[in-house]
Design a protein around this ligand. Structure first.
Ligand code: ADP
Ligand code: MG
Length: 641
């Protein structure tokens, strides 16, 4: 990765902390490269700076980076244990005090959400570690002085939200369950299976087959798991044994969210529209909820999706929440990484108000049940997980842990040197117009970066040349058409329009010699009443006398006469492509090549959709004049097609 100048700093940690208020803790975890060749081919596009911040290449200028700061950053060398002890363990104690907690993993498919949450037998993740720790905590609490006075019970539910339907993974017959809210504003799902568990082995007895339910569905439906949200709910209930029989309930949500990648952009043809639409809408509402909370809006759209309805307690509600944003180092993840980081940055500003859930039990209490930690195991996998967890939990001395720094971080000094050199080289490169650059004497990485820029520039020049040639041809065709119109000056045929619509408005001297091509913004004429039914946009010849130094000259040009509704429709269609079109679709627009399409995608990732086509101006390199020509060319194409 060639990161040079650091330009924008997003310090998202400036929220004041008030008593009984807790920010959503947002941590980011960067997974290592999956294939060493990828790393060799192209360095990472994102890297850690310290234990809280990271930087990512700026898509507008590869020589710059954007920095983000979070509650914690876990680099590619981070272990499961570090993530758990650093970020998850501290919130678990709240559960025994009747408060809610939630952990959710966010990020594109393949970035490590399931690895972080579930892990593998060799590297158990947050879920097994948190559940085991809860049993240990309740055991410790039970053996303390309060034991005689309290009954502690733990129960679990496991569900999946797939295509906006809640599916019970502990009882797969239960499909499409409703989500309700009780008088105390607790969110619950009637008929969702809830199993009381008295040990970690008990937990695994229910959890492992339930996960297999998920896996079976996943193979049938072509990796459905990346498009569904898996929610494990662990409830800890503490009930006093004497009047007034106070009951404290703490809920822990452990959520492996669906992949946040934009399937339109990745052009994932295999994904059915309905599926990706449902996921996108759920995650889209999640981001709307976060925005509404940040802006302190009176209405938070929790009810707009099943996911946010369920997370109502966990976002801006009463929970201690941790969002783990998983990201990948490969360049092909770049825009998904950027989206995930921006979402994470916005979530960082959400403030939760944790409170204790206490109810008074009037009815007689259930017999006292003392949770026992039975460590018996039922399969090899479980045995391995347990063994690993036990040994890890046993040697948990804080001083034994030293957060390893990212290897890239160690190169920081060199990077500054490289940064300065790159900036200088770039300047020189632009000045000398790619000739005579002492490329060979520069280190390999810098050379590669420069060669890449050079290649991109050359490609763009080629594209521009091609486009210019096309325009020249169109201009010649237009002139021929004008010649023809001298004989028939009224209206041009629709077929002629198709052949000429890209030229825009030509100004031709009376001698027939082309003077210049001037692009005017589209002009809507209301002289179309008679042609309304036909719905064909018409070009009309304009004849105007113009005084020149040489004398009087006739200017020929044409106005575009078309129905206002057609014009608006065309605009909306273009806007639609700009806001949600894939790279390929964007490149199908006139005047949009690879580079411009990428600029648009990058811009909308950061700023959201454009309200109107003219908003393109906010992106550098899109002038007012360009947009006028762009609109003209594309609206006419739309209508003609
Ligand atoms: P997601 O759930 O986000 O789609 P996964 O958790 O399935 O992604 O991760 C994709 C692949 O990357 C898996 O093979 C996983 O084992 C591996 N992986 C993810 N994160 C890490 C990590 N921190 N260390 C090692 N391997 C990882
Ligand atoms: Mg996954």
């Amino acid at each position: 990765m060639d990161m040079a100048k650091r330009v924008s700093i997003m310090d998202l940690q400036k929220q004041p902390k008030k008593a009984s208020m807790a920010n959503v803790r947002v941590v980011v975890r960067l997974r290592p490269y999956m294939h060493k060749e990828d790393q060799k081919k192209q360095g990472p596009c994102v890297r850690g700076l310290d234990s809280q911040s990271l930087e990512i290449i700026n898509w507008r200028n590869q020589l710059e980076t954007m920095q983000y700061q979070f509650d914690a950053f876990y680099g590619e060398d981070s272990t499961q244990k570090e993530v758990y002890t650093g970020s998850i363990q501290p919130i678990l104690t709240h559960l025994l005090n009747g408060q809610n907690a939630s952990v959710f993993a966010y990020g594109p498919t393949g970035a490590g959400k399931t690895h972080t949450m579930l892990g593998s037998p060799e590297q158990p993740g947050v879920i097994p570690r948190a559940v085991l720790a809860l049993f240990r905590m309740t055991q410790a609490e039970s053996s303390s002085r309060n034991y005689e006075q309290c009954d502690i019970s733990i129960s679990m539910s496991y569900l999946e939200i797939y295509q906006e339907k809640v599916l019970d993974l502990l009882e797969p017959k239960n499909q499409d369950l409703p989500i309700r809210e009780d008088k105390e504003k607790n969110i619950f799902i009637p008929n969702l299976t809830q199993k009381t568990i008295s040990s970690f082995a008990d937990f695994e007895r229910h959890f492992i087959p339930a996960n297999q339910n998920r896996t079976v569905a996943c193979t049938k439906l072509n990796d459905r798991s990346s498009r569904s949200h898996a929610v494990l709910l662990v409830k800890v209930q503490k009930t006093e044994q004497f009047s007034p029989f106070r009951q404290l309930t703490g809920k822990l949500y452990l959520i492996d969210l669906a992949g946040s990648e934009d399937n339109r952009r990745t052009g994932n043809q295999g994904i059915r529209l309905k599926e990706s639409g449902a996921i996108n809408s759920s995650l889209f509402v999640l981001s709307k909820v976060v925005d509404a909370l940040n802006q302190g809006l009176p209405r938070i759209p929790y009810r707009d999706s099943k996911l946010t309805r369920l997370l109502q307690d966990s976002l801006g509600g009463s929970a201690h929440s941790i969002m783990i944003t998983n990201i990948a180092p490969e360049h092909r993840y770049y825009f998904d990484t950027l989206t995930a980081l921006n979402f994470a940055a916005r979530s960082k500003q959400v403030i939760n108000r944790p409170f204790t859930r206490e109810t008074i039990q009037t009815a007689a209490l259930a017999p006292l049940k003392r949770p026992r930690e039975e460590m018996e195991t039922s399969s090899g996998t479980i045995a391995l997980t347990m063994k690993k967890l036990k040994t890890e939990l046993e040697d948990e001395s804080p001083e034994a842990k030293e957060t390893p720094l990212s290897p890239l971080l160690k190169q920081e000094y060199q990077d500054h040197v490289i940064a300065d050199r790159l900036v200088q080289l770039n300047k020189m490169f632009l000045k000398k117009n790619s000739k005579g650059i002492p490329l060979l004497s520069t280190p390999k990485r810098e050379r590669q970066a420069l060669l890449k820029v050079l290649e991109e520039n050359q490609q763009e020049i080629q594209e521009l040349k091609k486009r210019q040639k096309e325009l020249e041809e169109k201009t010649l065709a237009a002139e021929a058409l004008l010649q023809k119109s001298r004989n028939q000056p009224e209206l041009l045929a629709a077929s002629d329009i198709e052949n000429t619509f890209k030229v825009g408005r030509q100004v031709v001297s009376s001698s027939g010699q082309r003077k210049q091509a001037i692009v005017f913004p589209l002009q809507v004429c209301n002289r179309m009443e008679n042609n309304q039914e036909e719905g064909i946009p018409l070009l009309k010849i304009n004849r105007q006398k113009k005084d020149t130094v040489e004398g009087s000259e006739e200017e020929l040009g044409w106005d575009i006469n078309m129905r206002v509704d057609l014009l608006e429709k065309g605009r909306q269609k273009i806007l639609g492509v700009l806001n949600s079109g894939s790279l390929k679709e964007l490149k199908c627009l006139h005047m949009i090549g690879d580079k411009k399409a990428k600029l648009i995608i990058g811009w909308r990732e950061v700023n959201g959709p454009c309200a109107k086509v003219e908003d393109l101006q906010k992106i550098g390199g899109f002038s007012e004049k360009f947009i006028a020509s762009f609109l003209k060319a594309n609206i006419l194409t739309n209508i003609a097609s």
